[in-house]
Design a protein around this ligand. Structure first.
Ligand code: ADP
Ligand code: ASP
Ligand code: MG
Length: 814
């Protein structure tokens, strides 16, 4: 004999019930079946609601009762042919009238006791099971309807009664002897106490009813039919990529359900496990899907982590105090205080110093717990040996479950590493010595992110989702978006990265789409997006709390550079093309680097020097592998290179500068480039990365621009250059006479940095530079005579965008 249980959604509509009938018909052709049914989906909640409204004196409960009645009557009308309807219709009406009478009573009394509540909600299963029974009869299938209250005996703990196993088994064996049909139908969830008063087995309790029945009759198997195709690696409502677990052990299933996997009511496993009855989780709406088999042994192969689940509404209670160390009996008194108030403890941790004990309880019981514990420890609290109980709310537990975790080292490391990298703060940890479960207490706000990233870490070998927030869509920004669009498929296939641009902002507007912005239409979408500031953009990033978030700054804005700190604080990686942060006072630069380190994230700015050239990355690789930077020589200004490559005295210096500006190689005020300020910033960043504490004012600048050029507007500057043409000409002639080229060189040696124009002889490493080329020579312990040379285009939107792209990848592969 088999036991099949159909849940609320499986019997939630007449169409669903037709599916149930098909499934059961096929089963009874092979062996007798007991079918346990839930109330129609949503009815238990609706009944509870009626009771609550009535108790509060709100007369709307009557309308609600009417809705419940109509829903059941309609089901009868759809499932049973007209000729046979009347008796069932009047039976349903009678039961619904009883519901109304009960509610009237509650209304008059102004209260609903636990016992009355059980009576009230029992009607959900009572009615559904009778309607379904009649639907089978109407199809010509013989059935017997059993009232579970005559079979399942519990104590009088209303709301969550516990089983009297012996009487229950006895009752079942009596009935079994007289089994008259191949199909028995019974209501789930409800039972009765020794006085015959209706009790219930707790929310979700129909699963338990079915397991009790299966154990009592020694069923060949128990099948839980629901609305998903099995027990899944995580709650599918939280994790869209959750997968069905093909087989799982009783212990694992129990652990997962205790830790929030609602698909099965936790007490369900015990009775069937004791009798080694296999349990299947099957989908009523996709009956041919394999489902999940729960049995004694789960397969040894496969992943050591079977599933991830979570419990919300957790409060953490911490009892601390020096008076607790080494004194026996503190835990006993704590737990006694809690149990005296019937407070269920979900999780326990105690540090080895014994200085504190921390327990997790349901938030609804936290205040009661505080009163009880503070009272129990009043003497010690008065003597300041123990602190008053500390209660923290709005917490949740996320748990990894798997029997094989004990034989796989490194799982908690991986779990906490993933949480840490994403700024999920872990408040408490518990790992049972069975090592079947590792639990972490985290803020409820972080649960969605945590479950998804743990799922990614342990189950998704295919995809790691990365969420990008980009500020700045000018030349470089647009190129980056084009490159991202072009590479999305490649990254998915070759690097298992799903890069999505979730946020995009210019100085006026912000576009956000959590599903990922369509990169072929970003211009139109951004133009139509709401106005916003960088503050609202960054607050939005923090508040969304998405895993693997990266903020990318492709602006030249000081305000944007000022938000990095608060993002890094939340473990959001920052990739900056913007040079302002790294060239601001050393203290700010250091603070950002430290934050990235402390919050386990990345602050990357390769494109601050030499655009896409791998300069900072190489420097870091050298240092990390134990080399030392002794000297750097570099040409780091595309603008100055252009100017000195084109100036030969045949036309005025001012004209060549004008051409450089027209072709887009200069800052809007070209004096920033020509004065060497930009080069100073770059050599300072390199020196800082090499470990020096350097500020702008300690860099020597041997400028070739006479002071008078720095006065007035940009146009005044051009006029002044024309007036000073002889000055520029003489510099050029002096170099040419020696067969040298002019290069604006940045150097760093013995802790000192300097920039300035130099005459470079042909054949020198720095001489062979064309167009916008940059070059850096690193003289190190390992490259003492012949330097390590990095050379190539040091400006241009395409190469800069690709440098930013590379930083993004580095940040995400962290
Ligand atoms: P029923 O009414 O059939 O008893 P429930 O709503 O009690 O169904 O349980 C099924 C639901 O459990 C699914 O629809 C799913 O949203 C939720 N659920 C939570 N965690 C899991 C999990 N790990 N695997 C499958 N379903 C889960
Ligand atoms: N109808 C009950 C509830 O919603 C029992 C069940 O469906 O399992 O809790
Ligand atoms: Mg359920």
């Amino acid at each position: 004999m088999q036991v099949l249980k159909f849940g609320g959604t499986s019997v939630g509509s007449p169409e669903a019930i037709q599916k149930v009938i098909e499934i059961v018909k096929e089963k009874i052709s092979k062996e007798p079946v007991i079918v346990v049914v839930s109330a129609f989906g949503g009815i238990t909640d609706a009944l509870l609601d009626c009771g609550l409204q009535a108790a509060r004196g709100q007369e709307q409960y009557k309308e609600q009762v009417n809705l419940i009645t109509t829903r059941h009557l309609n089901a009868v009308k759809e499932l049973i042919p007209i000729q046979q309807q009347s008796s069932m219709l009047s039976a349903v009406k009678k039961l619904c009238n009883e519901v109304e009478d009960l509610c009237n009573g509650i209304f008059l009394l102004g209260e609903m006791t636990a016992r009355t509540r059980d009576k009230l909600v029992s009607y959900g299963e009572l009615i559904s099971s009778q309607v379904i029974n009649n639907a089978f009869l109407a199809k010509g299938i013989l059935t017997t309807w059993w009232d579970s209250r005559k079979l399942i005996r519990t104590n009088s703990d209303f709301g969550k009664a516990t089983l009297d196993t012996e009487t229950t088994v006895e009752n079942f064996s009596e009935i079994m002897k007289e089994l008259a049909t191949d199909l028995v139908i019974m209501p789930g969830f409800i039972a009765s106490d020794p006085n015959g008063i209706t009790t219930t087995l707790g929310r979700g309790g129909s699963d338990y009813t079915a397991a009790i029945a299966a154990a009592a009759i020694g069923a060949t198997s128990l099948e839980i039919w629901t609305d998903v195709s099995g027990m899944m690696t995580a709650d599918p409502r939280w994790v869209p990529n959750a997968k069905v677990i093909p087989t799982i052990s009783y212990q694992e299933a129990m652990e997962l359900s205790h830790f929030g996997a609602k698909v099965i009511y936790p007490p369900t496993i015990q009775p069937v496990m004791n009798k080694s009855i296999p349990v299947w989780i099957k989908n009523t709406f996709a009956p041919s899907d394999a489902g999940t088999l729960i049995q004694q042994d789960s397969y040894r192969n496969g992943t050591p982590v079977r599933g991830i689940s979570s419990i919300s509404n957790l409060a953490l209670l911490s009892l601390e105090g020096s008076g607790m160390v080494g004194v026996p009996g503190f835990s006993r008194r704590l737990f006694e205080a809690l149990s005296s108030q019937q407070i269920n403890v979900i999780l326990i941790t105690q540090g080895s110093s014994e200085h504190s004990i921390c327990v997790g309880v349901d938030t609804s019981t936290a205040d009661k717990a505080k009163l009880a514990v503070d009272e129990a420890f009043a003497p010690e609290i008065n003597l300041q040996q123990v602190d008053p109980l500390v209660v923290e709310k709005e917490l949740s537990i996320v748990a990894l479950v798997g029997e094989q975790m004990k034989s796989h080292p490194g799982i908690s490391g991986k779990m906490f590493g993933a949480l840490g990298r994403n700024g999920v703060n872990v408040r408490a940890i518990a790992q049972g010595s069975s090592e079947r479960n590792i639990s972490a207490v985290i803020a409820t706000l972080d649960v969605r992110k945590a479950i998804n990233l743990l799922h990614e870490e342990f189950f998704e070998t295919v995809n790691k989702q990365v969420n990008l927030f980009i500020s700045g869509v000018g030349n470089v920004g647009s190129k980056l978006l084009a490159q991202l669009a072009q590479q999305q498929q490649y990254l998915l296939h070759h690097m298992r990265l799903q890069l999505r641009v979730v946020g995009l902002a210019n100085s006026k507007r912000t576009l956000i789409n959590e599903e990922g912005i369509d990169l072929n239409k970003w211009k139109e979408l951004l133009a139509a997006a709401p106005e916003s500031t960088i503050e609202t953009f960054t607050d939005g990033i923090i508040q969304r709390n998405l895993r693997n978030s990266v903020f990318v700054d492709i602006t030249a804005s000081e305000v944007v550079a000022s938000v990095y700190g608060k993002l890094l604080d939340k473990s959001i990686a920052v990739v900056a093309c913007n040079k302002i942060a790294c060239s601001s006072p050393f203290k700010y630069y250091r603070e950002l680097k430290d934050k990235a380190h402390d919050f386990n994230t990345q602050f990357l700015f390769e494109t601050n020097v030499g655009a896409g050239l791998p300069i900072i990355g190489t420097l870091n690789d050298l240092l990390r592998s134990g080399d030392r930077i002794n000297r750097m020589e570099a040409v780091l200004s595309g603008t100055l290179n252009f100017v000195f490559n084109h100036y030969d005295g045949s036309r005025p210096f001012a004209d060549v500068v004008r051409q450089a500006q027209d072709e887009g190689y200069t800052e809007p005020d070209p004096r920033l480039d020509l004065s060497g300020t930009d080069v100073m910033r770059k050599i300072m960043i390199l020196a800082r990365e090499a470990g020096e504490t350097l500020e702008m004012d300690s860099i020597h600048n041997n400028s070739f621009l006479p002071a008078s050029c720095m006065e007035g507007t940009v146009e005044d500057f051009y006029k002044e250059m024309l007036r000073l043409e002889d000055h520029f000409r003489s510099i050029y002639d002096a170099a040419a006479a020696k067969g040298c080229k002019l290069k604006f060189v940045a150097s760093f040696k013995e802790g000192k940095a300097a920039v300035g124009l130099q005459e470079i002889p042909t054949g020198h490493d720095l001489s062979n530079l064309f167009g916008k080329d940059n070059i850096v020579l690193f003289y190190t312990d390992r490259y003492p005579q012949q330097p390590l040379v990095i050379k190539g285009a040091g400006a241009g939107a395409d190469v800069t965008a690709s440098g930013v792209f590379a930083d993004i990848l580095r940040a995400t592969l962290n």
